[in-house]
Design a protein around this ligand. Structure first.
Ligand code: GLU
Length: 286
């Protein structure tokens, strides 16, 4: 399989240092492998989205030298594909409707297990749809974090594939689109490491290929908190790309490099980037 990577931001805010690291890490891996790098805007969760954020992110990336091989894929345009995948699961009796609320599930650690609903069916409300999670252990080799295993029913439970509001869940949309875009290698932050077994399970149930995975350490603040927009973080300034780019490159283990433009810096970085030399950990102070 030839190398095809991607960056798949959610438009919940402007590009920030954490997402710049993920974008840069996936771009460098693709470049090093002589492959392609694609973009996907994960705009299928309107309540969490910030107006204008998608356009901001797409305008900022080229300012950092990060240009994609094709126009971005917008998940909001892909609903029919998620409907088809959902129908496939439904026909195979692999999903069930569920009216349980978060509060009701909180007493059992917030997890829904073994198809056991706490709430009764309520014809007056739309249900969420959950996967009848098989009792299997998913294992995979992360290219940086090493061998991973998850007892899916125990650790993920019957997870939601379609929310009561009618929105398709990230896990479902992500596997449908990684396959649609022909992604061979997913490089993203370690906050998604424990989503990967759910995604591999869905790929198997839907007959989709499983890409290779590499989960980068997350950029943390001095208190060990994730540096992301949702925690009031630092947006990067596309008008001054070099300082943020230099810092993000250092975070990814590269020495101080010289380059008068983002493109020159990235070219120098791609020559020496060794993703496997990054520390095997879920996060690092930025
Ligand atoms: N949209 C997700 C996020 O911004 C990332 C999805 C992925 O890389 O699989 O956290």
């Amino acid at each position: 399989m030839s190398y095809r990577g991607r960056f798949a931001p959610s438009p919940t805010g402007s590009l920030h240092v954490g997402s710049l690291v993920a974008a840069l890490g996936s771009w460098l891996c693709a470049r090093r492998a002589g492959g392609e790098w694609l973009l996907r805007m994960e705009d299928i969760d309107p309540p969490r989205e910030v107006p204008g954020a998608a356009e901001d992110i797409l305008a900022a990336l080229p300012a950092f030298g990060l240009t994609a091989a094709a126009p971005p894929l917008w998940q909001s345009q892909r609903i029919p594909a998620y409907e088809a995948a959902f129908a496939q699961l439904q026909q195979a009796n692999l999903v069930f409707p569920c009216w349980c609320s978060r509060t009701q599930l909180a007493v059992d650690g917030g997890m829904h297990r073994d198809g056991r609903c706490v709430a009764r069916p309520d014809p007056a409300r739309e249900p969420a749809w959950r996967l009848r999670t098989p009792d299997i252990t998913i294992t995979f080799d992360d290219a940086l974090q090493g061998p991973q295993r998850q007892a899916l029913r125990e650790q993920a439970g019957d997870f939601i594939v379609r929310r009561a509001e009618g929105f398709y869940a990230y896990q479902l949309a992500c596997v449908v689109d990684d396959a649609f875009q022909g992604i061979s290698d997913v490089v993203r932050g370690s906050d998604l490491l424990d989503s990967t077994p759910r995604q591999i399970c869905l790929q198997r149930l839907l007959g989709l290929p499983t890409p290779r995975y590499l989960h980068l350490p997350l950029a943390l603040d001095a208190q060990g908190r994730k540096l992301s927009k949702s925690e009031g973080a630092c947006p990067v300034d596309p008008a001054q790309p070099l300082p943020a780019l230099q810092r993000a490159l250092r975070f990814l283990g590269l020495p101080a490099l010289s380059g008068a433009t983002p493109q020159a810096l990235l070219a120098a970085a791609a020559d020496i980037f060794r993703p496997h030399d990054l520390p095997q950990c879920s996060g690092l102070i930025f």
